[in-house]
Ligand binder design. Structure first.
Ligand SMILES: Cc1ncc(COP(=O)(O)O)c(C=O)c1O
Length: 391
């Protein structure tokens, strides 16, 4: 038996699996780089690589030309810098979600680029850098209109820039970046896009007039990388597009941008059985068989990240046919009405994938659950083994 066949048999024996196609991820990164040829690319791998596995996705993205990786928490970033991660030593790693008392010293020693939105954070990182005797790499984050993280324009920004300049003069830190984040880049033509861009230009110009010399200025997430070239500046920061999922239906489908979904979520049917008409199905009996039929039991549930909101609506490919979740999705399992078909127990049920075998996509599940593709892939739980293709 060949190694590939043995692996395939072992994978098929799994209750469920999320296949992660790293060749698709690399191709997506290359496609994104072509969209932003003048900018460096930061692969956003927070939240365990949007559910795909941060480390392997970071490695694949670097192979395809990403020179930065980005995470939310410092812990995520530190894990990528560890020797076991095996990423290039000169890879730039940035993280942006800090709280007081965070691991500033570890971050400085690990040469992370850390985001600072407020004076308290600048003070904490400066103190850590002095103690470590290593200048910190700091990126000042501007709130250009998202109304979430970032420093407010005006007096707050002036004060933060001034404090950063003083710390830089002392040798405690180097301001490596000025950056921001969009609110509505996934809504083509939304007036906030131009307003944020103007404010970003003003805030970066102010900081540079005062004497900061950042290596990179950046604001573009996936939708901006794909559709707004004027936002690319020195670096783009795509997340979801790298995983081959569209940022929003208004932007288009992944194939419109030469992107291919990276994750395929599949399970092995745990049971196939015949039931009479009028049979209630799953908790609450929200589905009743319209006549004699066959039911298939899919051993995945909301504990695995299959959204309960997709009860009675989520699509599944079984034996080449689309079936719909029958009744409620439970913690570990749900049912599909197979309409008389009798696949063998163990037959494959594909919840989502690239779509080219006729299976639904993550966007289809997002629509069924009233959410976004980001949430569908990111929430696939740790109980579902990731099977890496083309590692
Ligand atoms: C600060 C920041 N930059 C970039 C991204 C990547 O966004 P997207 O997945 O839309 O490309 C995110 C994700 O939410 C983010 O929080």
């Amino acid at each position: 038996m060949s190694e590939t066949t043995a692996r395939r048999d072992a994978d098929a024996a799994l209750r469920a699996r999320a296949e992660i196609d790293l060749a698709a991820l690399r191709a997506n990164v290359r496609a994104l780089r072509e969209r932003a040829p003048g900018a460096a690319l930061m692969a956003v791998v927070k939240a365990d690589g949007y559910g795909h596995g941060a480390l392997r996705c970071a490695r694949a993205a670097v192979e395809a030309g990403a020179s930065w990786v980005g995470t939310a928490t410092p812990q995520e970033a530190l894990a990528l810098r560890s020797a076991e991660a095996g990423l290039p030593d000169d890879l730039r790693i940035m993280c942006w979600l800090w709280t007081p008392g965070g691991p500033w010293r570890e971050a400085v020693e690990a040469r992370l680029d850390v985001s600072v939105s407020a004076l308290w954070a600048l003070e904490e990182v400066t103190a850590a850098a002095r103690a470590a005797g290593i200048p910190a790499r700091v990126q000042l984050k501007a709130d250009t209109g998202l109304g979430r993280g970032g420093c407010q324009p005006g007096a707050d920004w002036e004060e933060l820039v001034g404090a950063a300049l003083r710390a830089e003069a002392e040798g405690a830190l180097r301001v490596t970046g000025l950056w921001s984040h969009f609110a509505c880049a996934d809504e083509p033509g939304h007036p906030s896009i131009a307003a944020q861009l103007t404010r970003f230009r003003e805030m970066t110009a102010y900081a540079e007039r005062r004497g900061l010399r950042p290596e990179v200025r950046h604001i573009a997430n996936s939708p901006a990388t794909l559709t707004l070239p004027e936002t690319h500046f020195d670096l783009v920061r795509p997340g979801i597009a790298m995983y081959g999922v569209s940022p929003s239906p208004e932007i288009g489908v992944p194939a419109d941008f030469g992107l291919r979904p990276v994750m395929t979520l599949a399970a092995s049917l745990a049971l196939v059985k015949q039931v009479p008409g009028g049979h209630g199905v799953s908790y609450g009996h929200h589905y009743t068989t319209p006549g004699e039929t066959t039911l298939g039991l899919v051993p995945l549930g909301y504990a695995d990240g299959v959204p309960r909101h997709a009860s009675s609506t989520g699509p599944v490919l079984v034996g080449g046919k689309w079936r719909t979740v029958a009744g409620r999705i439970a913690m570990d399992q749900f049912v599909v009405d197979l309409n008389g078909d009798r696949p063998e127990p163990g037959a494959e049920a594909v919840l989502f994938g690239p779509g080219d075998r006729g299976e639904p996509t993550a966007e289809d599940w997002a629509q069924a659950a009233g959410t976004i593709g980001y949430e569908i892939v990111t929430r696939i739980g740790s109980r579902v083994p990731r099977v890496y293709l083309d590692e």
